[in-house]
Design a protein around this ligand. Structure first.
Ligand code: FAD
Length: 511
């Protein structure tokens, strides 16, 4: 039982990038000053330290639907958020040239219609497709049909229908989002200290961090330290030596070049990912510009050549020189160690193919709130936190590896490596279950649900050899009728939706 004198009195967040402010905002809502300036009865002080000399990564423009739940928790006004961060809507990702040159498929947010007899609708679709005469499964995904036609409106409430069987996320300017959350957190009492940390004090015996010292000599004490210092991992690695699981052999991309470009039309409500000879290129439309970037493996292509590939496939005129970034895919062995919890890039990094980093920040903050400790940071809470975060990292890792492993491309050394590489046992099992019997095995809290895995398998051209016997319970004629009705409902629903750019313009104008 936590006694009052064991309660955390001061939280120190190290780092003011997207992770730092995404952590500060919900904590300030829980513990900070109440609206009107009243003190919070369960209050504890929150201090965020950011260096004026060490920049932020700054990229991170595409998100997953979890960002909406995060924004809702903070009770953000949607139109204001979209205005201030230059956001657009995202219904999923279009993949080009991944399975083979010329291959094109969509990973949309939301499913392919309601489950039938407890089995995913797309599993039934496959049965009909194999018998012949069925259009692509994508035509039953409202998100995909909307995306292909550049339409967007918010999902309707009410009974399940094609008008609410999709989900959505946002593209936004990550720097502006961090600034928006900084305003939010500081209005609720978070204290911001500007300075570069040069020293860290530890308690003798258990090695808990007790204070950080800034270059000008200021000393900031705390009970719980949240390491959001980015790839530097100042506390979790620099002090705690938590260790790093390096996954480069499964996800070999280790570099990126990013360049903001002038806004181009159409303003697609989706991210585009185009595979190149040693990596892939993103296109992300925002209100004020289009983000372009090339993620690649430096073992197979030089930086100069990667830059040329990026610049020759730009959408919109470049507004700046490309920015070079390096990373090592993997995760900390202990994301929480002693009284240091790492969130954001300090905890690990999975390349941005499925836009999962901000979502992992949300998982990290939610798990911290759920397992919030007292000053002792007892090991059962720390272990549970690490178990949950490891599961998230590993399940996302496997999902991303599948994009590479399942390719049929053999036009470059990079793709030949990806096709031939061994994969983690968890993914090998997952792929085997699908290949042999058309089933997807995931856990409840995994970031990507069953329909996401189906989108990938089918999009990359993987078909199961066997099938689930329960699918045959439904009579084929009845099933065809059902799919015909659903197909018409999706098409009709999307027909009535506005153009994405027009809808967005009205929304941010307050209409
Ligand atoms: P940073 O932005 O690096 O911030 C670190 C902070 O720590 C800074 O404020 C710095 O001043 C401070 N700091 C460091 N050392 C000290 C010190 N000694 N003293 C004081 N302060 C210190 N994510 C997505 O969700 N979607 C995407 O589409 C996406 N695309 C990406 C593309 C690329 C190429 C890369 C590399 C990343 C991408 N990400 C994406 C990830 C995303 O950018 C990061 O997860 C996010 O920006 C969080 O970064 P951070 O706050 O952890 O670290």
């Amino acid at each position: 039982m936590t006694s009052a004198d064991q309660a955390i009195r001061r939280i120190v967040i190290v780092g003011g990038g997207t992770a730092g402010w995404m952590t500060a905002a919900p904590l300030s809502q829980m513990f900070g000053t109440r609206p009107g300036g009243a003190a919070n009865p369960v209050g504890c002080e929150i201090v965020l330290v950011e260096s004026p000399d060490i920049g932020t990564v700054g990229v991170g423009e595409a998100t997953l639907p979890s960002i909406r739940y995060y924004n809702d928790l903070l009770e953000l006004d949607n139109a204001e958020f979209m205005r201030k961060t230059q956001a657009s809507f995202k219904l999923g990702i279009e993949f080009k040239d991944w399975g083979h040159l010329g291959n094109r498929f969509f990973h949309g947010f939301g499913g392919f219609g309601p489950a039938i007899h407890n089995r995913s609708s797309v599993a039934h679709w496959l049965r009909l497709h194999q018998a012949g005469g069925m259009p692509s499964h994508e035509e039953w995904s409202t998100a995909t049909v909307m995306a292909r036609r550049n339409r967007f409106t918010l999902p309707e409430g009410g009974a399940p229908s094609a008008a609410n069987s999709y989900s959505y996320a946002f593209h936004f300017d990550a720097g502006l989002y961090a600034a928006f959350l900084r305003e939010y957190a500081m209005a609720r009492g978070v204290k911001r200290e500007e300075g570069t940390i040069v020293d860290v004090s530890l308690r003798p015996g258990d090695g808990f961090v007790t204070a950080v010292t800034l270059a000008d000599g200021r000393r900031i004490e705390g009970d719980l330290f949240i390491d959001c210092s980015g790839f530097r991992a100042l506390l979790i690695e620099g002090v705690c030596r938590a260790g790093y699981e390096d996954w480069t052999h499964w996800l070999p991309c280790d570099s990126a070049q990013a360049v903001p470009c002038d806004k181009t039309l159409p303003m697609t409500p989706y991210t585009t990912s185009t595979a190149h000879s040693a990596g892939w290129q993103w296109r992300i439309p925002l209100q004020h510009r289009t983000g372009n970037g090339h993620v690649y493996c430096s073992h197979y292509i030089s930086d100069d050549e990667a830059g040329r590939v990026l610049m020759s496939h730009l959408d919109g005129a470049a507004q700046d020189q490309p920015r070079q970034l390096r990373f090592k895919t993997g995760m900390r062995r202990r994301i929480w160690d002693r009284n240091v919890v790492s969130i954001g890039l300090a905890s690990g990094f999975l390349e941005p193919l499925e836009s999962t980093s901000l979502s992992l920040i949300i998982h990290g903050v939610s798990a911290l709130v759920e397992l919030f400790p007292d000053r002792a940071c007892e090991s059962h809470l720390v272990d549970e936190y690490n178990r949950r975060m490891t599961r998230q990292y590993e399940s996302i890792r496997d999902f991303i590896i599948l994009h590479y492993k399942q390719t049929r491309r053999d036009d470059s050394e990079f793709w030949r490596y990806c096709k031939g590489m061994a994969v983690p046992a968890t993914l090998a099992h997952q792929m085997e279950v699908f290949r042999r019997s058309g089933r997807v095995t995931i856990l409840d809290r995994d970031s990507f649900g069953e329909d996401s895995w189906w989108s990938l398998y089918l999009g990359l051209g993987m078909q199961p050899e066997g099938s689930d016997p329960l699918l045959r319970q439904v009579e084929e004629g009845v099933l065809r009728e059902h799919f015909k009705r659903l197909h018409m409902a999706v098409a009709r629903t999307v027909d009535g939706m506005p153009d994405h750019a027009a809808y967005l313009e009205r929304l941010v104008a307050g209409g």
